[in-house]
Ligand binder design. Sequence first.
Ligand SMILES: [Zn+2]
Length: 499
Amino acid sequence: MGNMISIAKNIVENSETSTTYATNGDISLQAASQVKLRSTDKIIYDKYQAPEKKEKELKQFLVHFRRPAGYKGEYGFDWLRDDYIYAINYVELDNNGAPCQSVVPLANDVAAVKNEYTKEVKSPIKPYGKDYYPAWLSLFPHTTAQQFKHGSSMNKNGAQLDLELEEIEDVISDGTEIIFESKNPNLKVTPQKINIAALMGSGKQTRYRPGGQPVKFYLLKGGINVVNTDAPLQQHEEIKVYAKLGDKKEEVGKLMVYNNHIIPKMELVLVKVGTQANSVSTIDQQLIKDLEYQFKRSSFNQALIRAEIKADTTFETGVLPLTDTGVTNFWNNVLGGSGRFNTDQFLKDVIALYEKYGQHKPAGGRINADANKRTYIFLTDLPASYLQGLAAGEGDIMKEFVWGNAYVVFLSGLKNRRTLLHEAGHSLGLQHTFSAGEPLVGLKPPPYTLYQGYTDNIMDYTWQLNRNPNPYDSNDSMRSFFKFQWDIMRQDRSLILNY
Ligand SMILES: [Zn+2]
């Protein structure tokens, strides 16, 4: 608006910034902006922009669901982490051991990662033209046996998640409401509405993307609860997030929730292998005690697999007949001295011996046969140098079994929760997060790979190739399986679907 001239007879101007009253030349003025009076009969608003009458503007921002600190694996939660696709971490050696020596995205193929976190998303969104990758949550349905026989009380309190408001422009406490909407009545989100002031109360934080590009955000810890009750989800569901101010409403976020109407069961047989006097009793009893909890409520539950230890047993090899060449071969390997102990051979031998003499041998005879629906965990206090555990499929000899149904945990892995879960992950068809896929028949290659030792994934290693430790290992927080791993594990041949 340019200069404005008014005849000062009866004028009342009201605006947010100034008020002018004029009656027959008598003018009283309250102004927050520049107003000049140049004559007794004319009022000139010089360089004054009268405020346009308009709706309050909805500030632009995105809302993300995030996993709270202190997560212990009690439900599945996965999202596209910034450092997968942005050059944030320094990587010295690539996964082949060749020099990388630069700050790079952790994913070798950024497009593949983006694709993975876009696929299966219900009604994808692109708020304000920005790429948006919803996080994924998996929860056991909390049902009565009548409502759904494979329900559980495991996640009866749902997941208490953090909310991140990522600014596109500076937000203000203008009464904007953030609204959460689930169309499925069995998928409940609480609260359904949060005032932007509650999020802003957490204080603005900044993190940086490459080139010093700041990402400004607010994080409301434990701000939102998601629970599934009364009936399972027949398909992947979504929780939509809207920002609303006056008549303006924009979809600014989304959470995907994994379908949970099929809950496969994983049966475990825990075999403590005795190879010398007292060896069985040296196996950490607290670990064994915690093991079912770890399998059931802190790892495979993320893939909505119900793990159960069906037998906890010992297998004393010292009493096996030495007339059996299988037995003498086993002992020759075990007693061969540390330099000659062949871990692949040990796993192969112990499987064969257990199939022959074991108390809980599989009904069909062979552990690594399709008919066997149980996973055998052989625990031994035999040292195997740095090797903590070995799964069928992993070692050279065992490659004939595409991630079989048995694994062994050696001395250094016995006190290690992650090793026990890691090897079980192999036996459910998972590769390492950093291996692009060995040419094993029947093996489903992962959709993307990351550099070794930078993630909290159970299938990652606890060290990087330059021997720096994985930062998540130091406080025992390597507790996650990624969404694509949920997909793979749920297809494993050893799982029981009808029970
Ligand atoms: Zn491994």
